[in-house]
Write a protein that binds this ligand. Sequence first.
Ligand code: PLP
Length: 442
Amino acid sequence: MSEPHLPADEVARLHRRAAELLPLGSLLQDGDDMPAAWTEALDALAERLGQSYPFADPQYLGQMLKPPHPVAWAGYAMAMLLNSNNHAFDGGPATAHLEREAVDQIAQMLHQETHLSHLTASGTIANLEALWVARSLHPDKVVLSGAQAHYTHARISEVVGAQHETVPATGHGTLDLAALEERLQAGGVGTVVATLGSTGLGMVDRVDRVADLCQQYDARLHVDAAYGGFFALLADGGTPGVERAPFAALGRADSIAIDPHKHGLQPYGCGCIIFRDPDVGRLYKHDSPYTYFTSDDLHPGEISLECSRSGASAAALWATLRALPLTRGGLGSHLAGARSAALRLAERIRGLDGWTLVLDPDLDIVCWHRTGTTASGVSAATDVAYDRLAERGWHVAKLSVSAEDLHLDADQPTVMVLRTTLMKPEHAGVVDALADTLAELT
Ligand SMILES: Cc1ncc(COP(=O)(O)O)c(C=O)c1O
């Protein structure tokens, strides 16, 4: 594996940004006269940050990573000059209102009309709140999530003291509906987790069908849309598009986790949880004799598990949504770029000799491998291809999947494939070059 390092021009830019930012000082004072130790500290930091993969570059298509939108980072930096705390209106009088407005826009995008919602530190915490509410409402019942769901659901169930079981996935990487129904029929299920954009393969569960089953068997439905939720902007029948039905059914979910720090162009530290029934707010009731004096409105801290939360996160999100509204032509244009890049790459790989596409992408994650017969042979070829791509400047990722699902000789149970997350619209400009590189490698 190659050592992470930014290209020299990006390191130079980090040094320049350091020189530009420090003199901005604080809200009360410009920082004209900086002690040498402060500038030295930021220069040393620029060098250390140079030991990163180039997340901003289109040739980085590995993990779910990209720098935030310029409006988001500028908005975050501005609000950091105050460093408000969205625990309560006392600590974040401006930013707590911005949070409400921003989460309401996200809830409307996901067809949640009346809702109780707030930002969280991450998708993990958003899912934790959902499963905590689920366990509080059905303390003796089981939480079900799919084999392809994020590992967090099993672990969070443990944290909140809920029983958890895993439902098998189909060969298509989604929740197996027949297996789900069979388990629901057996009884004792309180909550089903559907995934809208799985972390590994980026596949979308049939939320509409899962919602029907939850209704029939009286279970709650939680949708983990941490990765794929913002693709709702493309679920309108337009081109490029995504399957409409799972997104149209989001209004039937009891709760939804979505991560603005993934496809919402935000810096890390920005997840979001949405509950359809505002009455679940009663479960959060607690005494805090130190806060909640400045407003009779429900303070964000009264309806969230976290106490201190960054007001700057809310400010950055609010400003981004003002610049790029939640429409196909606004933030949707970023998702459309990502989706188009994924469709194009999948089409190119399908046409290449010697390479096999794992699945047609539902969103913007594309996985493939060298054509082969055995799981061990294909895995070894993945390792070689990964290194060859890295030598040519391509940063991709790997994913372990079931050998049986890929119809390979299962001389080992799992097989390693190559995985790319095409989150940046700029990927559309490089996927043909990537496919050409793959053709060369054969
Ligand atoms: C589907 C899904 N759920 C949950 C998470 C966890 O979110 P976070 O990393 O923001 O805690 C991820 C992260 O990749 C994810 O893809």
